[in-house]
Write a protein that binds this ligand. Structure first.
Ligand code: PSU
Ligand code: MN
Length: 308
């Protein structure tokens, strides 16, 4: 446990045996969230396939995957064999601030978001985290105030988050502005554009293009604010990219439904993800799996570089 977690009760965090060994030996580890692998992130059975493919990509590259979750009132970093199916069935979304409540209430299963996972990775000294897409500034945030806690978590934990940008139902220009104001370096993996999850470019330039894991590792090592993280964006592989115009209708309809039904707070993102999924299922699920797997692979390369 690092200084970050030293104030917690001894039972608050549990690291799996494999992750504890890898940490002690300084071997490369890639943390992963669990909301994406639950029904809040992907429909079944694609969610299990996503988990398997991400784990396999990390392992094949030579690093160890560490899924985070809440299980039986403990925050877990790395699951023991057989526990993954319990986590996949979880329906309670746990962001960073919710970890304390989930532990206090001793909830059985909680699925961690990006903000919770980055915080847990930091707590035990894992420096690399992979996901699909991050949360961001929502459209009309000037009215609703809806800004994902993911963004402040990126700014407050010294972890490289590897993602395919964020889905275009969010306000992507403002998401980039927020990250700039919060002091988070935003890197583009062999690419000049901030990706929009299903599509390789949002049309917004990414602040810094990087060509290799070595540069990403050096950015983490050289940042001035010791506590802050780094966002590495990796575009969906070309072969799996979706057509932006085709998606736009589904995104607009999902946003309109969400507003009409008065959805607010933490329920907004799962609601919109569900609607987009229903409207585009055949095409969007394969793209989602491919980009998550590819992000896991790139994250492993960064973790290996940092461990080397
Ligand atoms: N975006 C996706 N898939 C996801 C999420 C976001 O394309 O599964 C999940 C992630 O767990 C992310 C969370 O951290 O939603 C953000 O939720 P909110 O907008 O409530 O902060
Ligand atoms: Mn929100």
């Amino acid at each position: 446990m690092t200084e970050q977690a030293a104030h917690l009760p001894a039972t608050a965090l549990r690291v799996s045996e494999a992750v504890a060994t890898a940490l002690a030996e300084g071997r490369p580890i890639v943390a992963m969230e669990s909301t994406i692998f639950s029904s809040l992130g992907l429909p079944s059975p694609a969610n299990l396939e996503a988990l398997r493919r991400c784990e396999a990509a990390v392992t094949a590259a030579g690093a160890l995957p560490a899924v985070t979750a809440i299980l039986d009132g403990q925050a877990r970093i790395g699951l023991e064999p057989g526990e993954e199916l319990r986590v996949l069935a979880g329906t309670r979304k746990v962001a960073e601030r919710d970890i304390a409540v989930a532990l206090a209430e001793r909830i059985e299963v909680g699925v961690t978001t990006v903000s919770a996972s980055v915080a847990l990775a930091h707590a035990v000294g894992i420096e690399v985290f992979a996901t699909g897409g991050i949360g961001g500034v929502h459209r009309q945030a000037e009215i609703t105030g809806d800004i994902s806690a993911d963004l402040d978590a990126l700014a407050n934990h010294p972890v490289v988050t590897v993602c395919a940008g964020a889905k275009a139902f969010l306000d992507l220009p403002r998401t980039l502005e927020y990250l700039e104001a919060a002091g988070v370096p935003v890197l583009g993996w062999q690419h000049d554009w901030f990706p929009a999850f299903y599509t390789r470019s949002s049309g917004l330039p990414v602040p810094h293009r990087v060509e290799s894991a070595a540069v990403v590792a050096r950015v983490l090592r050289n940042r001035i604010r010791a506590r802050s993280g780094v966002l590495l964006t990796v575009p969906v592989p070309e072969a799996d990219e979706l057509d932006a115009e085709h998606l736009a209708g589904a995104l607009e309809a999902a946003l309109a439904d969400s507003a009409a039904q008065g959805i607010t707070g933490a329920a907004v993102t799962p609601f919109i993800l569900g609607r987009i999924g229903e409207a585009t299922a055949g095409a969007s699920v394969p793209a989602n799996l491919a980009l998550a797997e590819n992000n896991a692979r790139v994250a492993a390369l960064v973790a290996i570089e940092l461990a080397g």
